[in-house]
Design a protein around this ligand. Structure first.
Ligand code: SF4
Length: 446
């Protein structure tokens, strides 16, 4: 067993990482689906969208070949509506609420229709939005992820000058760095950020990290308001023996490397264990398989009934040939010559429900051993507790506390997205950015 890169041919990489959401074959195919929509009054699909996209309206616009109007309807509510059409778990949001589900018929393929309009808008960089005259106000945003970009776009449309401080060399946040490449390509992410900033009035300063290259005090001194969209922090460690062995990787780092370095450059093991069963775990497991791992086993300490990922995601992993061990929790990573050779897991059973309502896994006393040469940790992330503490920001276990106006305990400093909620969907962060922008506009008017 060994960890190595360059396992596949260029054609195999290309095939394995091609878009899993192929577009409509032609205009007619899109129109057939658009014309199935019942254009429901008080549409449940719209109600279940965190950004409240007027779904029947944009579908109606597609059905009348008004693609620009359709793209405007989507992007006016969700400026990352293009990316969201590729990464949203629509089965539990808009498509899951479509009335066709009650008729035992396939729901309207809302995401695919959304993609149909927005991909055209982003590829052609249609100038759909205009800025209002300058207000003379300046706002600093920390983080060019979905919350920061969404906040920036709303503010800029209202005539505010926005400067975004981003610690990475590209914008898009988790959309660019933390999602499987076969769901949303790096090129699309670049184009989406370009589309958002093409409005004007949004300047992104890359490789500028809060606390390292710029301080909160400097931002407060130089801008009329500050918005923190810093995302959720670093990967949660397993706190088990052997975690430091070569071959133990963090899932987000693994996904980041695939997107940044290119498929052949990223090493992967023959036998890989992935710990956790959220979306990031699934993305890591499926991509390990697609990079050429022979066996990928997902280890999850609860059962399918409690898993955080959706059934659609789970099925994707199964179709890729990943196997799942339920009710197993990592106990120890063993190795030889400093490299991983085995993952020892406690066998668990479910006890009483915890505060989240999910039954707590408890050890049975039995263990199992998996022969592996790579362990990918996807047990969640922990917030930037040190960073928020250093800046005297009120927080709850590292998550920023904000009031009903999205404002932190420091007047004029606002926050939203994953750094507040601990990590939700991209679409939730987009809405948080909109809410933050409206709160900041109110603050600037005072
Ligand atoms: Fe169309 Fe379904 Fe939404 Fe009704 S619920 S408006 S049928 S997409």
């Amino acid at each position: 067993m060994s960890i190595k890169n360059n396992r596949l041919t260029a054609e195999q990489y290309e095939q394995n990482f091609s878009d899993i959401h192929p577009p409509f074959e032609n205009r007619e195919a899109a129109l057939v689906e658009a014309n199935r929509c019942l254009f429901c009054y008080d549409a449940p699909c719209t109600k279940s969208c965190p950004t409240s996209i007027n779904i029947p309206k944009f579908i109606k616009q597609i059905s009348t070949d008004n693609i620009k109007g359709s793209a405007y309807t989507i992007l006016d509510a969700n400026i990352m509506g293009g990316g969201c059409s590729k990464v949203c778990p629509v089965e539990k949001l808009c498509e899951g609420s479509c009335v066709y589900n009650l008729l035992d018929e396939p729901p309207i393929p809302i995401a695919k229709l959304q993609r149909y309009s927005t991909e055209k808008a982003i590829a052609a960089q249609w100038p759909l939005f205009q800025r209002k005259p300058s207000t003379g106000k300046k706002v600093a945003i920390v983080g060019a992820g979905p919350a920061g970009l969404s906040c920036a776009h709303v503010l800029s449309r209202e005539g505010v000058e926005v400067t975004i401080y981003e610690k990475e060399s590209k914008g898009g946040g988790l959309m660019t760095y933390g999602i499987a490449a076969y769901k949303v390509t790096p090129q699309f992410c670049d184009d989406e950020v370009k589309f958002i900033t093409s409005l004007g009035g949004i300047h992104i300063k890359y490789e500028q990290e809060l606390g390292r290259n710029v301080t909160l005090a400097e931002l407060q001194a130089n801008y009329d308001a500050v918005y923190l969209g810093i995302g959720v922090g670093v990967a949660r460690s397993l706190d088990i023996p052997g975690e430091e062995l070569a071959g133990v990787e963090d899932a987000l780092r693994f996904i980041y490397d695939i997107r940044e370095k290119g498929y052949p450059s990223v090493p992967v093991g023959d036998k890989v264990a992935v710990i956790g069963l959220g979306m990031t775990a699934i993305d890591a497991a499926t991509q390990a398989k697609r990079l050429g791992a022979k066996e990928v086993t997902i280890v999850y300490r609860r059962t399918q009934a409690e898993m955080p990922s959706t059934e659609v995601e789970l099925n994707l992993a199964k179709l890729d040939g990943c196997s799942i061990i339920w009710l197993a929790s990592p106990k120890e990573v063993r190795g030889e010559n400093g490299r991983v050779t085995q993952l020892i897991c406690n066998v668990m059973e479910l006890g009483v429900p915890d505060t989240s309502g999910r039954r707590t896994p408890v050890e049975t006393g039995e263990t199992i051993a998996l022969d592996v040469d790579m362990v990918i940790k996807a047990a969640g992330q922990i917030p930037y507790e040190d960073l928020v503490q250093d800046n005297q920001l009120t927080h709850w276990y590292g998550k920023l506390v904000i009031n009903e106006n999205c404002e932190t305990n420091i007047p004029g400093v606002f926050a939203g997205g994953d750094c507040v909620n601990g990590g939700k969907e991209v679409v939730d962060a987009v809405q948080a950015g909109k809410d933050g922008a409206r709160a900041i506009l109110g603050f600037l008017r005072k």
